[in-house]
Design a protein around this ligand. Sequence first.
Ligand SMILES: [Zn+2]
Length: 267
Amino acid sequence: MRVLIAVDMEGISGVVHWDHVKPGHFEYARFREIMTEEVNAAIDGALDGGASSVVVTDGHNDGHNILIEKLHAPARLNSGSPAPLSMVEGVQQAEVVFFIGYHARANTPEAILCHTWTDQVRGAWLNDQEVGEIGLNAAVCGSFGAHVSLITGDRAAVQEAIDLLGPIEAVVVKTARGRMSAECLAVEETRTAIRHAAAHAMVRQVPPLIISAPIRLRVELTRPDQIDRALRVPSSKRVAGVAIEWTGDDMVSVYHAFRAIAGPAGS
Ligand SMILES: [Zn+2]
């Protein structure tokens, strides 16, 4: 089984504030280390479970977070951006996908640093199903026949994934009491749990997420001028002051359209 480990940062153990995930802030150095160790736990678990190859994709910000000097071999690291498939680059060759350090979609209560791509996106929908990064990325994976079988993050992110994808393996690393406050497990405990869950995820049978075509993408941004700009995306149409729609036949094109509409931030 070929495994893709798609990694974000807001759902890493102990992260409760933007400063923790912001390059340049002194706190960031600690959390990229913790992030790397959670990725290593997932790599080790995938190998325990019989993975034939493991590719890790660093999906936070510009994709320059995971410390390659600490990465466990034989995993490979996709680093930097933009990559053709952004947060799930590498899924083209994968059968099983893990989401590590994920966060809930925009406007979720009791969800650490919830957002969808950037803080300017108020919401995104695929055929009327509201999705965040979990849903968008899982749908791209599904279009390649790959299924997501593990998620780690806060309780809200885990719940969002299970609601959308079914009973996948999950590790709740923290329970949010607000958008920037949570009860967090010790990193020692989460690493052990992630390794075990990753091994189990190798044999977890869950169907890939398939969005039936035509796929209608709706995105709500924050201000009308952002829609004015997003209308440069060919074939897009404004459906309200701050809402835009784009319809396509395949999920990869929809993903490209979403990234163009959401703006340059994010990998
Ligand atoms: Zn994210």
